[in-house]
Design a protein around this ligand. Sequence first.
Ligand code: SF4
Length: 639
Amino acid sequence: MEDFINRALGQGGHLSKLVKGYSPRAPQILISTKVGNALLQGRHLLAEAGTGTGKSLGYLIPAAQWAVANNKTVVICTHTIPLMTQIVNEELPRVEQILKMEKKNLRYQLVKGKSHYVCNTKLEALWQETLRGANEESKIVQRIFKKVNQERIGDRTGLGFDVEDSLWNKISASSCPAITKPDSCLLEELKEKMQKSHIIVTNHAYFFSDLIMRKKTGNGSLPAYEAVIFDEAHEIEDVCCNIFEKQVDINRFETLFEYLFKRESFSALDHGTQLDLTQMRQNIEKKLDDLYTKVGRSMENNAFKLMDEKIDVGDVCQALTEFIERVRSLNIRGISDLLDRLFEGNDDLDFIGDKEKKSWGYWVTVRGRGKVTLHAAPLFPKVVLSFGLFDKVPVILTSATISTNGTFSFFAGRVGVKDYDSVMVGSPFDYENKTMIICPEDAPDPDSQEFIPYTIEALKEILMYSGGRMLVLFTSFDTMNQVAKKFQQHCIDYGYSLLTQYSGCDREKIIYQLKTDSRTIVFGCSSFWTGVDVAGNALTTLVIPKLPFPMPNEPLIQAQLELIEKAKRSSFFDFMFPKMMIKLKQGFGRLNRSIHCQGAVIILDNRIRTKRYGKMVIKSLPKCKYSGTLEDMIHILPV
Ligand code: SF4
């Protein structure tokens, strides 16, 4: 493997024949070698590589070589679409060429959720219907039909033109009503391609959904795989816990009953049986209603509440079980999917009501006019990944930010990986000369009333020095909107565009404006802390008003804190601080995306100065210039 990596990435190697001006990067070769060895020895690997290392190509090269040489399948999971696109459109074609130079043939496939693909049966029916139509929708249907039938492109983004959601929902393969699958089915084609692939690229969410199915039934929609590589691994904790979350409300059962009683084969039952089943259904619905009303009453106007004790669901679950068994005994055709879903709903309700697992969080939410939902989710991925993933295949977890305080123990403990190899390589960027961290000496306490007015005034001063090219990362939408409201007029007065993130906004459009219009300021929250990739001088100033500690008012966070405190450990040092550091490092990384980047990171949170852990925060970030005065940013901004 090491010889191959040298032939691929070394001086005068294969890559140098494909990339003009290529020169080998020692950190990238180190990552490659570690990944190659982990795969050969069947070991888990945690790999942290600073921005600019070229880590994705670094792991793809040994993964492809290992998979082709041994006829194995490696799944690569990313969190963001830009990284997934980069891997599939730029890096894997390059790796394919490298392997060709070794006379080897690499096959790879991108896989997304079913809703991203066209259902040929639905498309054909709509095409027939719209054949004579001349409106815009008919024209789009004709275009899609042509693409699918002439070029076999059935992935929504692969079509190359926009399709409105309303039309896409009519033709997407998200729900498949077929019992036997026709040869023309694109999902079947995709399945075949997956079976033959050495590398499958997908996202974290799809991988974990597949893992749930695999744990339940022994099979998933992905083919069998022999290794997994998680890129952007700092995201897997949230994604995994969300995907494994169980949620049960009344609607879930009512909708399933509705569908079931409307199925043709169900209506064909004799009158007596139908009456009998209807009575059973009414009985269940009454019990569900009583249960949810009682839970709702206990909420005392709270939007959510951790469940402190078990909920008595035994009666409802028993009635549901009897109904399912009765219907199963009737051998009715074409309803097994609905019965399975009813069974699953019952199972989830039983699981939540029981509240047995200590490492799960259980809570209730109320939305709108009394819509009560019961929830349960693992408190950390370890609960669901130790068995079913880490005990089955070697897993490589990589990111620019998974270590805290120079070790992987916090991250490894939470995801549940034991007995692993590790590698840490820094970024090749010259932070010491090109980045300045500023923590203003006059900043007030971030929880004080003065903090928002101070932030607004500080932003005005920062803008005066930076002239735009600025990203401000907030920790709450509420604070962001309050600041934006007051800062907006200042931006208008001085000819700047202030773009603020909102739910459902087009993130890529906002980032594009930051890249192309220097007089832009972007206010972002949540997802803007990761994945914003603006290289060069288009972004020179990053402002972080508050350190990104997890919000203790979220149910899962509250449940985590309770669990840690019960174990007599420090919820601050064992949870809040390391979580904050991982997110801060992600946010910090937005400034330096290439060797040409230069600028200031301004942290307005005075806890860096006043708290003992402040020094640890600075120590965990790359070594930069440091100042306590905003004005000093003029010494680092590019001219
Ligand atoms: S098998 Fe299902 S997804 Fe495939 S074409 Fe038929 S209905 Fe559509």
